[in-house]
Design a protein. Structure first.
Length: 393
């Protein structure tokens, strides 16, 4: 419909997992949301799956429940019951068991495509969420009164606030003049799904190898998702090996504890980078998810940080709305930034530091980190504290 005018409370630009979750959560609270994305939702299922899975921490489940999508996600998600962290072939390791806290699974592993599908289905059930998919954002004007967006089909959107959920290379962030601290790692992740003979029993494994972490993440059935970090120049060469040779190379790192392996589907390679926005807000604009921060996948916390952004932004907006305040006011946005800056900064520093600490083979450093893993494993109060943090509790 040309020249259509959509008036709403919030305009969310970007319908990845984070943008979709925010739109569904705000819509469920009665705020009206325009969800803008260049891709057509009805074509997402026909597009090739990108191979990636996400770990949803126990504490992040509440955000998906608030968005009304958890039941659908949980049907295809694998509970994580244990996590085993080891350093190459060292005999010392760190073992997390959900029974130690008695609070249910440590988290869940779900395919990104399944998460997106569940969130799209939920958004479509909400009268408060207006999905403007298959439309490019041509311009966004922001002033003291609100925002005005123009889409490539002539649709105009007015709102009190725009939320940038448009990813690591956020156009809205750049146009707002928000700088980032960023660098690329000399690493890339090889991502694929494997079937194996023996059941994984809900155990996630993370092995630290000289080139980077090698994660085995349990999926439904006798399947696991592999996130294999290698040197950036070498990763594409490994991924492009003939399938039999790739499987043998993978099995050498994987081990034989789950029996024979069979690679399912495509093999993907993703370059790794770190970025952190100097500010999360500007006039009538808030950044969430990868638009605000991207981290190394070493701890599987990327989506969880985005979900915690959503929780904080929802709280600030719902509180402002209940008091009849301006949703895009500086005080509302400042409350969001204060709630998220420290947590995100600490997680970025932690993941970057762990990657640098473990991605080398210097013998004295290796010995020190192995002793450290063993010390945490044997100190119950410290281990429980680490588990609670990993679970987002």
């Amino acid at each position: 419909m040309p020249n259509r005018i959509v008036s709403c409370d919030i305009a969310v630009v970007g319908a990845g997992m984070v943008g979709l979750t925010l739109a569904a959560a705000l819509g469920g609270e009665g705020l009206t949301v325009a969800l803008i994305d260049a891709h057509r939702f009805d074509r997402l299922k026909s597009r090739a799956r990108d191979g990636r899975t996400s770990a949803i921490a126990a504490g992040s489940r509440a955000v998906m429940e608030r968005a009304g999508a958890w039941d659908a996600i949980a049907r295809d998600a694998q509970p994580i019951l244990e996590i085993r962290v080891s350093d190459s072939d060292a005999p010392l390791y760190l073992h997390y068991d959900h029974a130690l806290l008695g609070k249910g699974p440590l988290g869940w592993i779900a395919e990104n495509a399944d998460i997106r599908d569940a969130l799209i289905a939920r958004a479509r059930t909400l009268d408060t969420v207006i999905t403007l998919d298959g439309r490019n954002l041509e311009s966004l004007a922001r002033d003291s009164h609100g925002i005005a967006a123009r889409l490539d089909d002539g649709t105009r959107v007015t709102a009190a606030l725009a939320v940038a959920a448009d990813g690591q290379n956020s156009t809205l962030r750049r146009e707002a003049g928000i700088e980032t601290m960023s660098w690329r790692y000399d690493q890339a992740s090889i991502v694929c799904t494997v079937a194996h003979e023996r059941p994984h029993r809900g155990i996630a494994h993370e092995k630290f190898l000289p080139a980077g972490p090698f994660a085995i993440l349990p999926m439904t059935g006798n399947r696991s998702s592999i996130v294999w970090t290698e040197r950036a120049a070498l990763a594409p060469e490994i991924a492009n090996l003939p399938r039999g040779e790739f499987t043998r190379t993978l099995a050498h790192r994987f081990g034989d504890f789950l029996g024979a392996l069979d690679v399912e589907g495509e093999i993907f390679v993703y370059p790794l980078a770190l970025s952190h926005a100097r500010r999360y807000t500007a006039q009538r604009l808030a950044l969430i998810g990868d638009a605000a921060h991207t981290i190394h996948p070493i701890a599987g916390q990327g989506l969880n940080l985005g979900l915690r952004d959503i929780a904080a932004l929802c709280e600030a907006l719902v509180e402002a709305g209940s008091l009849g305040l301006d949703l895009g006011a500086r005080t509302t946005l400042d409350a969001y930034e204060r709630a998220r800056r420290l947590d995100n900064t600490l997680m970025i520093a932690l993941t970057d530091g762990l990657n640098r600490l473990f991605s080398n083979a210097v013998e004295p450093i290796k010995l020190a980190r192995d002793v450290g893993l063993a010390a945490i494993n044997r100190t119950a109060p410290l281990k429980r504290a680490f588990m609670r943090h990993a679970m987002g509790l």
